[in-house]
Design a protein around this ligand. Sequence first.
Ligand SMILES: *Cc1c(COP(=O)(O)O)cnc(C)c1O
Length: 504
Amino acid sequence: MNEQHFRLAKTLVNDSYMKQAEESRKRREKLIRKLFANRKLPKDGWDEVTIRLFLQEIASMDSNNFIGNVGAGEREARVFSNIVRERNYSLGHGIGRSGDISAIQPKAAGSSLLAKLTECLVLDAIKIAGLESMKAALVVPVATGMAMTLIFLSLRTLKPHATKIILSRIDQKSCIKSIQAAGYESIIVDNHVIQDEARTDIKSISNWLELEADKILCVVSTMSCFAPRAPDDIVTIATLCQTMGKRFLFKLLSNLYIYIYIYIWLNIVWTDVFHIVNNAYGVQSRQSNVWIESASSKGRVDIVVQSTDKNFMVPVGGAVLVAKRVDYLMKVAQIYPGRASAQIHIDLLITLLQMGQSTWRELLRQREELFPVLKNEFSKIAYKYGERLLDTHHNPISMAMTLDQLEAKGFPVEFFGSMLFTRFVSGTRVVARKNNKTKVCGIDFPDGFGAHCTNYPHSYLTAACALGMTRQDIVAFCDRLDQCFQEAYKKLELPKDDTRTFMD
Ligand SMILES: *Cc1c(COP(=O)(O)O)cnc(C)c1O
């Protein structure tokens, strides 16, 4: 409805009522104008009517929704089911073109606009959370692990002779598989245990770089992880990546002939060691973002990857890449073969518009506030059963308590997690202290997989205070945890050979 429409409508309906309606319409228009002008999260979240109106307006810009449009191509966003059309707000063209996931589609001005806006808003949200120096964001319709693979593939052109990637050990299969899927050999650098924490082995990473900087594509560090692993010492890794690449180049130069010198000079990027940060659910932690910012100002941080579902309360399926250098993100966008679903963008855009700056900040604040509450309640339960909270003070999201007493009394602690699950507690993780050799993704872990390091001296249970957790969740969780301990101890009083009861 524009001004002219309202003028005409006023001859049908009482003038003053129509005027009020026009005012309301103008307010909505103002919100949309501000969004286009600022390209930032709205100060306060939008109401649902405005969001639907906006989405409809966007959908009407795509050719499949043009009045009287005839499609004569093989990709005309034809949708059979109305249920599916509604689920997609009549947006059917997806994003990107065959050669580039962030390219504008001539047939779909609306979808292209939606994709660009989403990236602006998500970048703003990430900056608000603390990654202030990031210049650009790329939303990809694949989850974190696959996004890492895309990054490695895109870096290949910048360092064609590299064959290896250094991964500061994180016992999460997708991290290892992301390297293998890209065709690289992973050098997994074990963590060492300092007090209770599994921490980055900087010396070892430095040694690898000293030896083979020309063959190493990048170092992957991880900022959000299960306790007892701490986020990586990212500042030191970032400075190592920056200095080692150059040092290695000089070493080559001092040994070789002048024509090789020129050859290398022409391919100076060859000895760059990139630094990719897996920040899967780290956006929600101010501390984690402070470390990344510091690393990125003191050394090199090339691309930071975050999961959309773990940070922005949307269904699984996407990742956001942020970087200071736009060209690195463009490389990733270009490596993606083909078009892609717009669903991730749609979900993110709706969510961010509905949250607005105020709710986003409030969610972040609540999480920071609840983290020590969970830690406190969690450690009380630990204390009650002779266990203790592991001192993992560098980890700002996940925490762990020992299950050593329970284990010492003969309880098979690996069942403890499933006991919680049957009490409708999801997301905890039990790692038993064991020395079983395992093979994960073809790689040997002589001391088992799960604790992020060799010879971790405790069996433990983890819990996380993540975005969206409430005070009621904490109370209910600790209550059920308490019940599980009681039940476990009750089971211990049963005859020793009755193992079946442990599994019930
Ligand atoms: C969740 C997670 C992954 C895997 O993420 P997907 O989104 O399932 O690919 C990798 N690393 C870390 C640290 C994670 O938390």
